[in-house]
Design a protein around this ligand. Structure first.
Ligand code: PMP
Length: 317
């Protein structure tokens, strides 16, 4: 029996709903062998009015198509069709809050060039609480570095790139740490296996600059929220020394949301505790983020896609 997370309800598979187990076709799927697929991770939340709301749906759809373009993949559906499919998948799942996973991949056919492979799209909805839980996390610098930005498009969510993430996560978890914190090819802090990272020093937020990281939608949201709260944000190259000397640190991402970092252990197993394991700025941003995604802060209404309204529209088309 599979122990990993599995979709709830049916899976949208190339335009039809099917049982998750039926969405598996063959052992000779191109993407299974070569990793040349793309995916997204999107969350929806229950609001006070009991209507589920999807956070920054359009931004996720845009990134999904941009990632596909990066690997020369033509998704055989329009952005609007995928948006509709995401909303319908959420509705049929019956969940009020959860995680949405669209994936596009090259179908059956071996040989590295995917040119003759059909592109397939599947969308599943999972009941997935915050990825790293609620307790402050202990992170470790893995022995492997984050993917070199000249080797891959690190700003795209390409399936194969997660072999780097998966390997690092397994490595540090075998040593009983919660998560990996990657260094980039220049030995600056990059990101987690599936999260961006922020540090707080003297009430200023520091986060790795664009270059060797995925430009997360949560990262972008938190930069905006912090600036609105008059918290200064600096995007820069951050050394491990600088990171360890920070007052606070936290991960952020769609699956992770906002997760405080309690300690950083380097490759030589020297552990450095953060001054605060769950500091005041982390707390403030985590609380604000949690309220915003649930529609409790009207200032950020434009980031929310209410499902009820859309579903009515959809029924009428
Ligand atoms: N970095 C990596 C490597 C990721 O996989 C993710 C998750 N998509 C993030 C950062 C955070 O991105 P987002 O906030 O868009 O989920």
């Amino acid at each position: 029996m599979a122990l990993g997370k599995k979709p709830i309800g049916k899976v949208w598979f190339n335009g039809c709903f099917t049982l998750p187990e039926r969405a598996v076709e063959s052992a000779f799927i191109h993407t299974t062998h070569y990793g040349d697929g793309v995916f997204e991770g999107i969350r929806f939340y229950e609001t006070e009015k009991k209507l589920p709301v999807v956070f920054r749906l359009q931004d996720h759809i845009e990134r999904f198509f941009k990632s596909a373009e990066s690997i020369y993949m033509q998704i055989p559906f329009s952005k609007r069709e995928i948006t509709t499919a995401v909303l319908e998948t959420v509705m049929q799942s019956g969940l009020k809050s959860g995680y949405i996973r669209p994936v596009a991949y090259f179908g059956e056919g071996l040989g590295v060039d995917p040119k003759d492979c059909e592109v397939k799209v599947a969308i599943g909805v999972l009941d997935w609480p915050a990825y790293l839980g609620d307790k402050p996390t202990h992170v470790k610098i893995p022995s492997l570095m984050r993917i070199h930005p000249k080797a891959e498009d690190v700003e795209a969510k390409i399936c194969g790139q997660y072999a780097n993430s998966s390997r690092a996560t397994r490595q540090v978890r075998l040593q009983y740490y919660d998560e990996a914190l990657f260094l980039d090819y220049e030995n600056f802090i990059a990101e987690g296996s599936g999260q961006n990272v922020f540090f707080v020093r003297d009430n200023t937020l520091l986060t790795p600059q664009r270059g060797a990281i995925l430009l997360g939608i949560t990262r972008d949201s938190l930069i905006k929220i912090a600036e609105d709260e008059r918290i200064k944000v600096i995007e820069k190259k951050i050394s491990l020394e600088e990171a360890c000397a920070a007052d606070e640190a936290f991960f952020c991402g769609t699956a992770t949301e906002v997760a405080p970092i309690a300690s950083i252990t380097d490759k030589g197993n020297v552990q450095r505790k953060m001054k605060h394991e769950f500091g005041p700025i982390t707390k403030k941003l985590k609380t604000m983020y949690s309220e915003i995604v649930r529609g409790k802060n009207p200032k950020y209404r434009e980031w929310l896609h209410y499902i009820y309204l859309k579903s009515r529209e959809l029924i009428n088309v």
